[in-house]
Structure formats: C-alpha cells, structure tokens
Design a protein around this ligand. Structure first.
Ligand code: GLU
Length: 606
C-alpha cells in the first residue's frame, strides 16, 4: 500500500500515539541488576542470544570493548599503563588489523567519534576513504551502460578508495591522545610477527576466508589460504609482511605510508587490478574533523556520525518518526511495535537513498528531513494498523528546507545499481573510555570482509572496496566523483543524558548498521532494557526492498501476524550486526561495558 492511501486511523492510534510516556523507562534499568543481567530477553523465542550470553564488565577507571579478546586486552593494557581512551582505541585498531584482518585495517577507513571530557565536546575524526582523482562516475558500468555485477566490481582496483585509518590514528593521537603512535602500534607488531604471541584463526575469520577466497589475489591467498587451502578455525595465523609494515610505520611514522614506499606499493597494486589510484592520491589524503549529528529522543540526545555517513541523519529520522508512538506501552515484542519500526525504517531508507551523499559534494536537505511538518507527512505512512506499507518512495524534504539545493537529482531504487545481495555483516566496531571521562566510539571498515581481496604484496595488508558504496549508476547524490567519499551507513554513536555521556554504541553490518544501532538505543531508552538485554534482543532490518531480514528470537506470532498484514519476512533468520557498547552509571560514574556475543566480542573494565 502506498504512503498516500494509507491514512492514519485516529481512533486506532489515539491510544498508541501519545506525547506523554505512559510507562516508566528507567535509565537505571539499563545498568542491569548487579554486574551482569543473565535473564533471557523478554519475549524472545528460539535460539537467539540471551542477555546472559553477552560478555559484560564494570570498571570505574576505564573500559575497552571490541570484537576480539586480544585486541581488547591490548587496549586495556594501554589504559592500565595510564594511556587515555584515544590511545587505547588506536592500539585496539592496530591489533584488530592483525587478529581480524578481514574486517578493518590500514587499508581501509571509518569514522571515529571522540568525546573530549576536558572540553566537554564531541568530535568526529572522519577517515572515510576517498575516490582517487582518476575515478569517474561511470567506472562501475559495463560497455552496455549496465552496472557491473557487485562481486566483479568489488574485486577490481576501481573499488579501492584512498585509505584513511592510519591517518585517523595519527591525527587523533596528536589532537586528543597522550601517547606516541609508535608505542601503540608496537603490540600489533608482536601479534603479527612469527615470534610474538600466538594468534589463532577464530570462527569469524575462518568463515570469512571461506566466503571470500574467490577474490583473493596471490598475496592474500598465500597468507589466508596457502596452497589454496583456507586456514581453519584454530589454525595459527602469522603475518610477517604485516609485522614488517607496522615496524616501518613505528620507526618512520605514517609518512612511510602516505608519502613513501608503502603508499607507492599500494597504488601499484590498485593499478595492476585496473584502478586509477596514484601515489599522489595517497599523499593528498587527510581526515576531516567534524561534529556529529544530534537528535533528541525522550530524555536523551543521540549523536551519530554525519554525512558522508547516513547514520546520523537516518538514525535521527527513525527516532523522530517513531517517538510519538508509545512503543513502550505496546511492548518491544508486540506486532504493533514491529510494524511501526519496520515502516519507519523503510521510510527513512527511502529518503536516505534519494537525498544523501558526501556533504562536501551534495547539499542534503537535513533541515527538511527533521522539520516536524515533514515528519508528520512521513508518519502518515506509518501505522500499527495491520496493513503493510513496505516500499514507500522518498518524501519531499526540500519543500520544508529553507533555500534551494545546489545539487540534487534523487535516483529511484531501481536505478541505484544494486549492492551486495545481503549486506549484513562486515566491518568492526570498538569503544573505549578512560578515568578522565573521555570516550571513543569507532567503526572501522574495509567494506566487505577482506575488502577487495587485494593484499599489497610484501606489505601484508588488505585493501578496501569502499568505493562500491557509491551508486554504480551515475546521476544521484551518491554517484562516483573524484575525491568524493562514498555514502556510508556506519553509525558510531554517543548518547547523552542530562548533558553527560550516557552510552556509546555502534555496529558493523553495512546498511543494517543503522537499524541495529537504532534498535539498541530504543531498547535501552524506550524499553528500559539493561545493556546486555538490549544487545541480545533480536533485531530486524528493512529498507525499501520488501524483504525483511530478521533474527532468531523475533516471535513467530509476530512474523505470522505481519505476514498476514502483507510484510515479507526472509525465509530463514540471519544475524544482524555486532554491537560493542559502554554505558555510564549516572549515579556512580562507573562504566558498564558489553560486547556482542554474535561474534567473539570481549570487554574489559579497569
Ligand atoms: N561499507 C559499509 C559502510 O560504510 C560498512 C561495511 C559494513 O559493515 O558492511 O556503510
């Protein structure tokens, strides 16, 4: 049913939509009872994770949560040694490059949100990859003007953006840190070297090797599938070339990467694979430092990465769209709540696809998107009325935005050129906090697991395929342009309550990141769940495609009822995201950290 012919039924909704909360949503509930909440998630069915599966930790002086225990421990050691949250996050990033080389690293980019306690200010170190100057809007089209299939363009040199992760580490340390980069990369040298602490292939890495070995170049194959045999879970992982690269960076600084032999080798690898990247592109890379978006929901302020990540605007829009519905009263696992969430998701994604791109290139209607009159037009397509509104088109936020756009030609869904079939799970998210109150929420990526499949020979690191996050078909706000950053969904977030940091949260998962993070925030703020409950609770994802991705634990009765209403659930459940989060006890200031059990997450309190 289209948005236009789905009207709000005032009688039906009068009890559901309200400006006043009818149930207490306790900030204290989010802390759980005792150190760890072990109860199953309310209303959850089947074999999905329970709150008791979610590793948690408490700490008065610091916290590190990442997707891998060795990386978490390295960050915790930095904190114990007197380093701050930014130092710890940088050490975690380098360690993750070694122990989860498929998910992030110096060949990629991301967004690092930093709360500086001294300044009481929130910053974002935007290290999103950029298209080289030789990139062209039609570079992902074939000779007939059709989009090249995703798996083909993903493995081409054209997919590789100029990486930002290392630059972010360097700039963040200089701006917010207290340690030298050389000391923070050193533990990762040890992890990568044959003589260092043993690193074994975990389940996530083993699965990623099997799932992506078809795109490996020879260098990647020799490390992850030597002789054509994929390393299995439990196998020892040694990466001597990566150890050498890290030693070079440790001893010579990041210039060896951005203006030296590492960058030259990287450009050569990209060109050999058909891309245009030149050493001059690499040398020109710098991060930008921004302030994240913000939206107020109930009694919290949610601050998430701004464009070129759509995370901030789209999470904000989802929260604004659902706020008048009294979801808490209906309950997290009710059909009404799922219906409102799913319809809000698809409306927000329709606007995301039509209007968002790199803000340095495209004027997005950010005021219009949040104009209350505009939001009300969008809410007209959202109702818990037992009738699916699965594929809404974008609205017209420009009608609610002062001034004229300097460029906007929204594309329809069919024109966007297609992404990966199931864009649900790459990347990594980690978060740190220290005794001064500084916090970091950093989502770091090489896009697909193992990125482009291209490892820089003799240097041992994987190159991203981030430029496939551009639309393959030119003409819209997210078309390829030289030096532009592709639209992202990553959503490193810090939530504030009473003006103070209250919770960090983020996740991998491609486009599903946005709905995962929004659901965790709602679980805590709207539904009063403890942090482990909020992370364990089953998630759903929907954009403008009819099919809903869902996790084990979404009640069967809900799926049946909503299917009868016209929604389309995927046949099988899938896994959505991998959340790392820290919550601050408003009373004691103590940190409660949690790491998602969906991967091998680990959290340590200091
Ligand atoms: N490339 C994705 C983005 O920036 C992140 C990768 C992922 O988690 O799938 O939106």
């Amino acid at each position: 049913m289209s948005q236009d012919n789905k009207s709000l039924d005032a009688d039906r909704l009068s009890g559901f939509r309200t400006d006043r909360r009818t149930f207490l949503k306790g900030s204290m509930a989010a802390l759980g009872t005792g150190a760890v909440s072990t109860g199953a998630v309310r209303g959850q069915e089947g074999d999905g994770p329970t709150a008791g599966d979610v590793p948690t930790a408490r700490g008065a002086d610091g916290m590190v949560s990442s997707a891998h225990p060795q990386a978490t421990e390295i960050g915790a050691e930095v904190l114990r040694d007197g380093g701050n949250a930014i130092d710890a996050a940088v050490a975690v990033q380098f360690a993750l490059n070694v122990v989860q080389p498929h998910a992030s690293g110096i060949g990629g980019g991301g967004f690092m949100v930093v709360y500086d306690a001294d300044e009481d200010e929130l910053y974002s170190v935007d290290n999103r990859e950029r298209a080289p100057f030789g990139a062209t809007p039609d570079m992902f089209l074939d000779d007939d003007g059709e989009p090249i299939p995703f798996q083909t363009r993903r493995a081409s040199g054209d997919a590789v953006g100029v990486p930002g992760t290392l630059r972010a580490a360097d700039v963040a340390l200089k701006r917010f840190g207290s340690r030298e980069l050389s000391s923070l990369i050193d533990p990762a040298v040890g992890l990568a070297a044959e003589s260092g602490p043993e690193v074994t292939v975990d389940a996530s890495l083993a699965e990623a090797i099997v799932g992506n070995s078809q795109v490996f170049n020879d260098a990647a194959q020799s490390v992850f599938a030597p002789g054509g045999t994929p390393l299995e879970e439990g196998a020892t992982l040694t990466q001597p070339d990566l150890a050498d690269t890290f030693r070079t960076i440790r001893d010579e600084g990041i210039g060896a990467f951005y203006k030296g032999p590492i960058g030259e080798a990287m450009a050569e690898t990209v060109q050999d694979a058909g891309g245009s990247m030149r050493p001059s592109d690499v040398g020109r890379y710098n991060v930008t430092i921004d302030h994240p978006e913000y939206v107020e929901y109930d009694d919290v302020t949610v601050r998430t990465q701004s464009l070129p990540s759509s995370g901030g605007l789209t999470i904000g829009q989802i929260l604004e769209l659902v706020e008048p519905f009294d979801l808490c009263r209906e309950g997290r696992q009710s059909s009404s709540t799922y219906e409102v969430l799913l319809e809000a998701f698809s409306h927000a994604y329709a606007d995301r696809g039509a209007y968002m791109g790199d803000k340095a290139f495209v004027d997005a209607p950010w005021q219009g998107l949040f104009d209350e009159a505009y939001l009300e037009t969008r809410r007209a397509g959202i109702a818990p009325d037992g009738s699916a509104n699965g594929s809404p088109g974008p609205g017209n936020p420009w009608d609610y935005q002062p001034g004229e756009p300097y460029r906007v030609e929204p594309l329809g869904r069919a024109e966007l050129g297609g992404g990966p079939e199931k864009d649900t799970g790459q990347t990594t998210h980690f978060t740190t906090a220290d005794s001064e109150g500084n916090m970091v929420s950093w989502t770091s990526t090489i896009e697909q697991f193992f990125g482009s499949g291209l490892m820089v020979p003799d240097y041992g690191f994987m190159l991203n395929n981030e430029l496939t996050d551009f639309d393959a078909v030119p003409g819209g706000p997210n078309e390829v342009q030289p030096w532009k950053r592709p639209l992202s969904s990553t959503s490193p977030t810090i939530v504030f309550r009473d003006g103070n940091p209250y919770m960090t949260v983020g996740s991998p998962g491609g486009k599903t990141i946005i709905t995962t993070v929004a659901q965790v925030i709602l679980n805590v703020v709207e539904f009063g769940m403890s942090l482990p409950e909020a992370i364990a609770a089953p998630r759903v994802y929907k954009d403008t495609d009819p099919e809903i991705i869902w996790e084990q634990g979404v009640p069967e009765a809900v799926r049946t009822e909503l299917t009868d209403a016209g929604f389309e659930f995927a046949e099988e459940p899938a896994q959505l995201g991998n959340v790392q989060a820290i919550l601050v006890d408003p009373e004691s200031g103590e940190y409660l950290g949690a790491a998602d059990a969906r991967r091998d997450g680990s959290v340590v309190g200091i």
